[in-house]
Ligand binder design. Sequence first.
Ligand SMILES: Nc1nc2c(ncn2[C@@H]2O[C@H](COP(=O)(O)OP(=O)(O)OP(=O)(O)O)[C@@H](O)[C@H]2O)c(=O)[nH]1
Ligand SMILES: [Mg+2]
Length: 430
Amino acid sequence: MTAEGTGREKAILVGLAYGALPRSEVDDHLDELGRLVDTAGGEVVERLVQERAGIDPATLVGSGFVTRIGSTCEATGARTVVFDEDLTGSQVRNLEKALPKDVKVLDRAGVILDIFAQRARTREAQTQVELAQLTYLLSRLTRRWRHLSRQAGGIGTRGVGETQLELDRRLITRRITQLKKKLAEIESTRRLRRQRRTAVPTVALVGYTNAGKSSLFRRLTRARVRVEDRLFATLDPRARRVALGEGVAAILTDTVGFIRKLPHDLVAPFRSTLEEAADADLVLHVVDAADPAWEEHLRVGDEVLEGLGVAPEQALVVLNKIDLTVGRRLPPVRRRRVMVSALTGVGLPGLLERIRAELLGAPSVAVLSIPLDEGDAVARAFHLPHRVARRFGETSVTIAVRTGEEGLAESGLDRFRVPRWPASAAALEE
Ligand SMILES: Nc1nc2c(ncn2[C@@H]2O[C@H](COP(=O)(O)OP(=O)(O)OP(=O)(O)O)[C@@H](O)[C@H]2O)c(=O)[nH]1
Ligand SMILES: [Mg+2]
């Protein structure tokens, strides 16, 4: 994996503090970049930050600073330099020209793609990653591109098969077209599958990477999924049925995490998977309440959701990891929110109750309350398609359905409609 073939690939991180980006924030971003490099299998040996008024269009950092990066490479033996900012193709070219021979220049996106390539398991995720990598490489055909076949290895070069590395621009473009077609096919199959289960409401877990989405998924569905203290532990979305009590069930989806500065060409291939998640009846925006950067994580999540056409306030914020915030002030999130710990289980019954209430209160759900002595109506109501919930009272039965307005009008049961699902005993106790 490394140039020497042993140990981890040594990398130098480079940050740039300028204009609106203060030094302290750059340090936070570099901490995160360090975790990304670590996840990709590299070892950070040095981090350098240049503070300057603006950027140098040719090499991002100033030329004197490039020389300093070069001598740090020589001193540490690092052969990989990772910039936190997005680099253009010509910037990569100029930097690689100015740095010692065989030093590879990457940006954050390149590292993220590498992690994705290592982690994709399903055919769909692998296709999406390959598409993202080729799109990324196409926009940055560099010196490295040419010597890749010789060097072939390490962060930023995995996933794309060797033969593809030798392809020229034209062939890459052709391959991209093929991949897009393949993805479209996979997607249409999935859409069919999804249509078949519309009777059951869907709930999606979204949020910053490492927030604890998979941990919650595992706790709520008892499914065995990968949970790790690593960035991008989850790549392939998982869906599973979860019982919410009162006979209400939902399909819960776990998704790929968000991260700051997620580049566009990378988001696009994953968009359809996320779009499907965002299309859910309820979106749970999971936030690590113990992370000092929670506010930025929430904002990044909001931005991604907005990009997917979901108003951020529509999502229910789930503040996770509250076991780690004992004695500390909780993030003052002024929105619909619940507090939980996926680790200890604190707050999970409340979360289920809340999900149930939100789903039953959705505009697509009609609630009927029918007196038990109206035997005929009760029987008809039980035959309505897409029933979400049913509860017997002493004198009446309450039923929630997703039959749709037309179906409901046809059934003649419209007159039993009530504004909302009655609060449960548990909710009254709160
Ligand atoms: N203390 C504590 N740790 C938690 C809690 N929930 C999750 N974790 C830990 O946080 C780390 C990340 O959890 P995941 O569930 O993998 O997070 P994720 O949001 O799925 O992350 P990605 O898949 O990378 O986007 C793991 O080490 C979990 O054990 C919690 O409530 N309390
Ligand atoms: Mg996960």
